[in-house]
Design a protein around this ligand. Structure first.
Ligand code: HEM
Ligand SMILES: [Cu+2]
Length: 627
């Protein structure tokens, strides 16, 4: 019976946590190898970047919302970047670039996936820690270094990179193009190299851990959907980030070593540059081969978190577990086949465009299945409106609203009209920015008690939700309208064009809504940091949830479970089983102690009289019986 589990190596990890050697401040809080501490480091760093990224967007929203007013009062902050009361056009581009880069990579990739992969993978699969604690630590610190470099680039005289978060050539290749093409762009590229190294290192660890370190009984069919989601996220990152890495390296070569991968013949001020033979379209292919999957790297963890939280708080088994896993797999695969829908206006062959259009439409199918399953899980549930649940429902709402416009921009003919207008900004902020961000907040509210041993304040959570939910729609919904009217993105000033003058009021409205939405985040920040020290003490399983992390002590020590790692008998979604005493049956409860399971297959096995065996044994016993 006692199969030696790879996690239960007698040496370092199976020690009861309070017998553990004393950690110094440095090894405990700074260079920690404990996945739970690394998760918190990712979380706090991610939140810090979200604040910075948000503040940058407020700066450029100020310019867009009040294009006629004199903003010289910003001079103490921005110095020369304010000229004649207006934000300098090149600095405006730099702000947009930094905002986009930070939000996509540092907040939604590192902050979201880094936090929850680190926290949940070992706890939910029943492992003592990641496969390699040291590499895990390294991946956080590489991310941190990437952040420092990006942050420093905002304080150099020529300003940070200003080619948009996609850093298209030629702006990104020719240091002499605009001031943001200089040192700022070099720092952007170096920062990304560190960032990609960090992501790859993290991803390898997550995948290895999920495959190798699952506790007894935790077969793949019993994995919580969060783990499936984080698994696919890591695989997707591992397949696509190296391509951005290559693109970045070639860009560095073009900038510094005289190669010409991305530039053909260019004249500046009548003078021919020495580049020959390259193509900026090559860069676009390489960039979007990561760039499109990247939006799924941001949203897949949100899929998992939201599935988990909706099932728990609707007190119902998730509808269509296998379909949820299958659609995530299909989305992971398809997301790598659609990248050129970002290049419909690059002059590509219309036939090629139609192929990418088709692939993009097909992604709508698995996405719709997911939405259907979430709604069906909610249907007639005994819904508990915790803050996490509200944010989960909000996520589904944004995913629907933003997904519908995806069908418009995926259509190559319509996209030619909508390209580079605010319609695009509206679309991606709803479907990816806001939906993923809500997935992140869902996770924070749901797992805070396990992370910090205390509860966040529920009332403040509700207030935060309603203000943010309404705020997001008020900010991004009107952008569809001005976008369809042709309002271009990345313009620091639009009042010079007579046609766009009609949008002055609407732009002011959007900016004010953005300020209020950002203000609502201060409620969250207060709640988060206050509750960390002063919140109500959390019970071990506050949401009455089934998954393994809730079987750990209130403050799980190094190694997570003080004694043996629990075994798993059943899937994670035995909620409201008719006949059961409680409306949840944790994964660690043997079938003999409960009526049966919500998974028909398991119920069948139990009715055949195979009581106290863990999942795997159940399967093998059945095989013996020839089923
Ligand atoms: C307070 C909330 C936010 C506001 C008001 C806001 C507003 C904007 C605006 C006005 C632009 C400029 C578009 C342009 O000129 O091309 C922009 C760009 C962008 N934002 Fe946001 N944003 C917010 C939050 C987010 C979040 C949460 C994300 C996370 C994905 C995000 C990601 C981006 C990206 C990727 C760009 C594109 C940058 C580029 O095209 O170079 N934003 N945002
Ligand atoms: Cu895309």
């Amino acid at each position: 019976m006692s199969v030696q589990n790879i996690n239960q190596k007698p040496d370092e990890h199976s020690v009861v946590s309070d017998e553990h050697h004393e950690d110094s401040f440095i090894t405990k809080y700074i260079f920690s190898t404990d996945h739970k501490m690394i998760a918190k480091q990712y979380l706090v760093t991610g939140i810090m970047w979200a604040v910075i990224g948000g503040l940058l967007s407020l700066l450029f929203r100020l310019q867009l919302g009040f294009p006629e007013s004199n903003m010289n009062w910003l001079e103490p902050l921005l110095g020369d970047w304010i000229q004649n009361g207006k934000i300098d056009p090149e600095f405006y581009l730099a702000l947009v670039t930094m905002h986009g880069t930070i939000m996509v990579f540092f907040v939604l990739t590192a902050g979201l996936s880094g936090t929850f992969s680190n926290f949940l993978i070992p706890l939910q699969i029943g492992a003592r820690d990641m496969a390699s604690g040291f590499m895990n630590m390294l991946s956080y610190w590489l991310f941190f270094v990437a952040g420092v470099i990006m942050f420093l680039s905002m304080f150099i005289e020529t300003g940070p990179a200003a080619g948009g978060w996609t850093v298209y050539p030629p702006l990104s290749v020719l240091p002499q193009a605009i001031s943001g093409s200089g040192l700022g762009m070099t720092l952007w590229l170096i920062s990304m190299v560190f960032f990609i190294a960090s992501t790859l290192m993290g991803g390898i660890n997550y995948i290895t851990t999920i495959i190798n370190l699952r506790t007894r009984g935790m077969s793949f069919k019993k994995l919580p959907l969060t783990i499936w989601a984080l698994f696919f996220t890591a695989i997707l990152g591992l397949l696509t980030f190296p391509v951005l890495f290559a693109a970045t390296l070639l860009l560095i070569f073009d900038r510094s070593f005289g190669t010409s991968f991305y530039l053909s013949d260019i004249y500046i001020a009548g003078e021919a540059l020495s580049n020959v033979g390259g193509s900026p379209i090559l860069y676009q292919h390489l960039f979007w081969f990561l760039g499109h999957p990247e939006v799924y790297i941001a949203i897949l963890p949100a899929f998992g978190i939201v599935s988990e939280v909706i099932a728990t708080n609707a007190r119902k088994p998730i509808f269509g577990y296998l379909a949820m896993v299958g659609t995530m797999f299909v989305i992971t695969f398809l997301s790598i086949t659609v990248w050129a829908h970002h290049m419909f206006v690059s002059g590509m062959n219309p036939f090629l465009g139609s192929i990418f259009m088709l692939a993009s439409f097909i992604i709508a199918v698995p996405s719709s299945v997911k939405v259907f399953n979430w709604l069906t899980t909610l249907w007639r549930g005994n819904i508990h409106f915790t803050p996490a649940m509200l944010f989960a429902i909000g996520m589904v709402s944004f995913f629907i609203a933003g997904g519908v416009t995806g069908l418009f921009v995926a259509n190559s003919a319509i996209d030619i009209q909508l390209h580079d207008t605010y319609f695009i900004v509206a679309h991606f902020h709803l479907v990816m920015g806001s939906a993923s961000f809500f997935g992140f907040l869902t996770g924070v509210y749901h797992w805070f008690p396990k992370m910090f041993g205390r509860m966040m304040h529920r009332g403040l959570g509700h207030l935060h939700f309603w203000l943010t939910f309404a705020g997001v729609y008020l900010v991004f919904f009107p952008m569809h309208y001005i976008g369809m009217a042709g309002f271009p993105r990345r313009y620091y000033s639009f009042t010079g064009f007579e046609v766009f003058r009609t949008f002055v009021d609407l732009n002011a409205f959007i900016s004010i809504a953005a300020f209020i939405t950002f203000g609502a985040q201060i409620i969250f920040l207060f709640n988060f940091f206050y509750s960390m020290y002063r919140g109500r003490l959390a019970p071990a399983n506050p949401w009455r949830s089934n998954t393994l992390e809730w079987t750990t002590p209130r403050f799980p020590g190094h190694g997570n479970w003080p004694g043996e790692i629990p075994k798993v008998y059943r899937w994670a979604y035995d909620y409201s089983k008719p006949g059961a005493q409680e409306d949840f049956i944790p994964q660690t409860i043997p079938f003999s102690q409960t009526p049966e399971s919500n998974l028909p297959e398991e119920t069948k096995l139990v009715s055949e009289g195979l009581p106290e065996v863990v999942g795997e044994d159940l399967q093998s016993k059945l095989k013996e019986k020839g089923k």
